[in-house]
Every structure is written in C-alpha cells, then in structure tokens.
Design a binder for this molecule. Structure first.
Ligand SMILES: Cc1cc2nc3c(=O)[nH]c(=O)nc-3n(C[C@H](O)[C@H](O)[C@H](O)COP(=O)(O)O)c2cc1C
Length: 213
C-alpha cells in the first residue's frame, strides 16, 4: 500500500447508526490512529453517512444519468450537484476508509446511497464494449466491516454479498487497492467492542507496517 508524497488526506465514510456503541466505527478509529502514526501529516476528514444520510436518487438524477451532457436540462443538471460534490471529495482523498456494519448480507442503505451518487457514468466511470472502466485514480482503501454472525470465515453460515459487491462497485470507478478488515460473530462476544479492538490491533500489526508516507 503506497500513498501520495504530499500531505495525504484520509476520508472516513462512517455508516453505523450505533454511535459510540458501534463496532465498525471503533475499528475505524483504531485503523485511523495506526495510519496517522505512519504519517503524522495525514489530514483527517469524515463523512458520517448515518448521522447525515444522503437522499435516495431522484427522477431528475436518474434521467441525467442517461442524457448526453449537452442535452441536460436545468433541473437535471442541478440534480447532479450532490453527486459532483461527493465525487470531488473522493478525488481529493488519498486514503479511503469505510467503516460499516453488515446489513442483511450486504452494505447498509446509507452506504448504498453514497454508492448510487458516486458511481456515475461519464463522471466516475465510462462504459465500453468490455464493460465499465473507472475514471478515478486508484487509492489505498480500507473497509472495516462488522457482522453479528458467521459470514466471512471459510465455513460461513451466511452468504457474503458485502465484500464482493463493494469491491466490484469500487473497481467500476477505478479503485482496486481495497482491503477488508472483516470482524464477524460480534454478537457471540459478551463485549464485542473489546473483541473487535483485539481483532483490529492484530490486523494492524500484521498488515499496516508497510504503510508509509
Ligand atoms: C438491519 C440489520 C441487519 C443486519 N444483518 C446482518 C446480517 O445479515 N448478518 C450478520 O451477521 N449480522 C447482521 N446484523 C448485525 C450487525 O452486522 C452487527 O451487529 C454489527 O456488528 C454491527 O456493527 P456496528 O456496531 O458497527 O453497527 C444486522 C444488524 C442490523 C441492524
């Protein structure tokens, strides 16, 4: 994992509604602290998608996605403003951190809303006969995900649509340097926060020494 030579910007997208009790948010704080230790100049930015949920896509935005830019009406153009802002925010990001619970085998609705605004034809990907080609530069991305049950281990009891799905949509816009820090069986622990902290510290020790400015 390599990061830019200038002061890196870390954007944390936080998706759990559970605030201080959130396992994935705590994992994110530990990962952020470890990354900051590697590079004291790191600039931290956060977007709390649970506290300030993004709107679902509108009819105007859906129409804008299938309209050539020169034929966009004023309402359709205006409907792209939030998407433009979110894509610009992502473009300014050197390290992306997504912290999220697993919800019904996949991403929670607040993260899906971010995806629907950011994965946009002509803005963050283009279509080719071979499929979608990302228009954003690649950047190191960490995803701290917490699940209540068995879902990430080899003999998992549940299907995992979270990691393959998120990896696919990030790949569609050009982000392929993605690592998952996946904590499971949170509900099996009397103290999930302590268990997740131990798990995350072990992951950091095994994986993050190579992160350098
Ligand atoms: C709406 C909802 C759906 C959930 N779906 C799943 C699921 O499909 N599989 C699973 O293992 N845990 C599921 N859980 C449990 C959470 O993934 C688990 O409690 C996780 O640790 C929460 O992370 P957080 O503390 O960061 O919010 C679900 C929880 C909620 C609220």
């Amino acid at each position: 994992m390599t990061v830019a030579a200038r002061t890196p910007v870390l954007l944390a997208l936080e998706c759990s509604a559970r605030g201080e009790a959130s396992v994935s948010r705590q994992m994110g704080r530990l990962l952020t602290a470890a990354l900051a230790e590697c590079d004291l100049q790191i600039e931290l930015r956060a977007r709390d998608l649970a506290a300030l949920p993004l709107p679902a896509v509108s009819a105007d935005f859906a129409q804008a996605l299938v309209t050539p830019p020169e034929r966009l009406g004023a309402r359709e153009r205006a409907s792209c403003a939030l998407s433009d802002e979110l894509i610009a925010e992502l473009e300014q990001t050197d390290l992306l951190l997504i912290t999220s619970p697993m919800h019904n085998y996949t991403v929670p609705v607040v993260l899906k809303a971010w995806i629907d605004h950011v994965v946009r034809r002509g803005a963050s990907f283009r279509t080719t006969p071979q499929g979608k080609v990302g228009l954003l530069r690649d950047r190191p991305t960490l995803v701290a995900v917490s699940a209540g049950g068995s879902i990430f281990e080899d003999q998992a009891q549940q299907p995992d649509f979270f990691r393959p799905y998120l990896a696919a949509v990030l790949r569609a816009i050009g982000i392929t340097d993605v690592r998952f820090v996946a904590f499971e069986r949170a509900t099996a622990h009397a103290d999930p926060l302590t268990a997740a902290a131990r798990f995350t510290r072990e992951w950091i020790a095994a994986n993050l020494p190579e992160v350098s400015a």
